[in-house]
Write a protein that binds this ligand. Structure first.
Ligand code: 6R9
Length: 659
């Protein structure tokens, strides 16, 4: 990366605001500053001691085997069972009556399950799965909505040592089929349907279609009844969970497995090519999930009510709904529905109802709430909150400040957590009660984690410089590979820089050495030899009071190589101000000038296009690839992974309508 490269990304690190945690928070914080020195003194000893957060059936003697990089083996000669660690041991230690899950359904009904209840449910389900032929090592596909049975299904698999592959309930039959086939799953666990935006959407027909079109490995389908009503039934293959459950015993002995036994496969939604089945194993993954969840979320099991809004179809739902929280004996909320059903205050209403203390969500959700206006959260009592988290993409300083003020009442530390499906758990994040936070920066690797920013030549950059984010030491929760394709694992992650795991993200170290994530490197553009981050321009646009959300792409340009093109959604309620400025047709020019002022003339978008929606994947990531097609006047590419495929039509109609 050239020196020029840095010029364009200067602006983000001009952010100088910092927020010290409240004194009371510091005094009672789970995380201690000494964690950093402990890990620096001896990284392996540090992880060895974190592994004692778990109960081992057979203690391990070797912490890490790195003799065949990049294939790591952690705690390899130890054995344990994940479900035992997440449930049984809490019951055995006298906490069976503590609530584990507070399930809120979209229609406002609810249910709660104690740890003792969960133990019974997962034991029953493990017995049913065993009856259906599932043995240790067999793969099970899970295609369920965000209901307690999804958590039970994952833990029932873990109890048997049968790796699960959770497929997000919003994915198509085709996506489900290819994932079942790749993992050769023997059983699918699904539901008749799910509640989404006030409607009942069928789910099982997608399983039927996937199995009709292939997926020959599947012998049985276990079906949870959620919405009721008629479903097509294949006798001999399909089994109702509520019927099988009746006669299933609540006694089931968890199967201890080796630490390197695969716990799950999770396919990344990958914008191009075949989805990758990311493999995570047992002992190292659960150690990192438990340690990070406890310290990053300041978890106090006896008093907290934690809520992570992620679906179990994503890695965040695996590590920070199921495994980390349950291993830490957390009481948590899980919510079936969407944030605006039946009204836009739904999430804040849930926080008030359950007195949620920690809330973990995504920048895109926060920006959407900003768009809807702060009056909406303003109607609810959010005073129970004491910590906020963010994950999924970089959170721009404006959204961070809004989150802190409007949702966190200016008192809650915010943890901006950087990690990936591949890393298994959080890698870079402030520690609440220890780190002074900075709006927009994920800041520092957690104790025990080693990350760096390097240049094209593979050299660590100085503070103030940008480059590529890499991980230079193995970590317990790291992916152990891509299912069935060890070569692709090496090629994808370990080949660009010798000896480093390359995360695919651009990053910069600021003057204090804190890390700022700049988006995927393919979202970094080069304009007249200057490297500009899409994130940085988006952040500048969103800092304008009229702008709700913005996506920027680098479009090919004859003279400058690439040029930024911005897609902008305006906030409602500014009609008067916009009219006074000369009407909506003047807005693009005003916003160009605003970016010029915020960053410099080089960053001014060539075009600013006003739109009403942005194309997003089902996990809420903006699909810039599609916007680039629009910006470069190309036929729009594959929209299969969009949450709502009609968005691209809307954008194009809007644009042609206006020009
Ligand atoms: C956990 C998760 C991983 C990619 C990652 C990066 C982006 C996630 C971020 C962030 C900036 C953060 N990302 N957290 N970027 N700041 N706090 O999202 O996993 O779906 O695999 O996505 O998401 O680009 O490389 P996954």
């Amino acid at each position: 990366m050239s020196d020029d490269a840095v010029t364009g990304i200067e602006n983000l690190s001009q952010e100088t605001r910092t927020f010290a945690p409240p004194t009371e928070f510091v005094q009672n914080a789970v995380a201690r500053p000494s964690l950093y020195s402990e890990a620096e003194r001896d990284r392996l000893a540090f992880w060895r001691s974190r592994a004692s957060l778990l109960s081992w059936e057979t203690p391990f003697t070797e912490t890490l085997d790195w003799s065949n990089p990049p294939f790591a083996r952690w705690f390899a000669d130890g054995t344990l069972n994940v479900a035992y660690n997440c449930v049984d041991r809490h019951v055995e230690s006298g906490h069976g009556s503590q609530v584990a899950l507070l399930a809120e359904y979209e229609d406002g009904t609810d249910a709660s399950y104690t740890y003792a209840d969960v133990k019974d449910e997962i034991s029953r389900m493990a017995n049913v799965l065993a009856d259906l032929g599932v043995r240790t090592g067999d793969r099970v596909a899970i295609y369920l909505p965000m209901i307690p049975e999804a958590v039970f299904a994952m833990l029932a698999c873990a109890r048997i040592g049968a790796p699960h592959s959770v497929v997000f309930g919003g994915f198509s039959a085709e996506a489900l089929r290819s994932r079942i086939e790749d993992a050769e799953a023997r059983v699918v666990i699904t539901a008749d349907g799910q509640n989404r935006r006030g409607k009942q959407l069928p789910l099982k027909p997608a399983v039927d279609e996937a199995l009709a079109g292939g997926a020959k490995s599947v012998e049985k389908v276990l079906v949870v009844r959620r919405t009721g009503g008629d479903v097509a039934w294949t006798e001999g293959r399909d089994v109702w969970w509520h019927e099988a459950r009746e006669s299933a015993s609540t006694e089931h002995a968890p199967v201890p497995v080796e630490a390197e036994h695969p716990l799950f496969i999770l396919y990344t939604s990958g914008t191009t090519g075949k989805p990758k089945g990311i493999v995570h194993t047992t002992g190292g993954y659960l150690t990192q999930a438990t340690y990070t969840h406890r310290n990053v979320f300041d978890l106090k099991p006896a008093t907290d009510v934690y809520w992570c809004t992620a679906d179990v179809g994503w890695i965040t739902g695996h590590t920070y709904v199921v495994y980390g929280p349950m291993a830490n004996r957390t009481t948590q909320v899980i919510y079936e529905g969407t944030p605006d059903t039946p009204h836009q205050g739904r999430w804040w209403e849930i926080i008030e109802k359950y007195k949620v203390t920690q809330f973990y969500s995504s920048p895109t959700a926060i920006r959407t709430a900003m768009k809807w206006g702060e009056d909406i959260p303003g109607k609810y009592d959010l005073s129970s909150l004491r910590l906020l988290g963010s994950v999924g993409e970089a959170i721009n300083p404006e959204a961070w400040m809004w989150y802190r003020r409007v949702i966190g009442g200016d008192r809650c530390p915010i943890v901006d957590t950087w990690w990936q499906t591949e890393t298994g758990g959080i890698m870079i994040s402030p520690l609440p009660g220890v780190t002074d936070t900075k709006p927009g920066s994920a800041q520092v690797p957690l104790p025990g984690i080693s990350a760096d920013v390097i240049n094209d030549a593979g050299e660590s950059v100085e503070n103030g410089q940008g480059g590529y984010l890499v991980l230079d030491q193995p970590w317990p929760g790291m992916l152990r590979g891509i299912w069935g394709d060890p070569e692709r694992f090496k090629e994808t992650y370990w080949s660009r820089f010798e000896g480093y795991y390359f995360a695919g993200d651009g990053a910069k170290k600021d003057a204090d050495g804190d890390i700022w994530l700049l988006g995927r490197v393919d979202d970094v553009m080069n304009v007249s030899g200057h490297r500009l981050s899409t994130m940085e321009i988006e952040s500048a646009l969103v800092s304008h009071e009229w702008v709700a959300e913005a996506a920027v792409v680098g479009a090919d340009d004859e003279t400058t190589g690439q040029a930024p093109v911005a897609f902008v959604i305006l906030r409602s309620g500014n009609d008067e101000a916009i009219a006074a400025a000369g009407g909506e047709e003047k807005v693009p020019e005003l916003l160009r000038a605003h970016v010029g002022k915020e960053i410099g003339p080089i960053a001014k978008p060539k075009k600013v296009l006003l739109v009403t929606e942005l194309p997003k994947t089902r996990s809420g990531k903006i699909m810039r690839r599609l916007l680039r097609d629009v910006a470069e006047n190309r036929q729009v590419g594959d929209t299969q992974t969009l949450a709502d495929a009609s968005v691209m039509d809307l954008i194009q109609q809007g644009l042609t309508g206006k020009s």
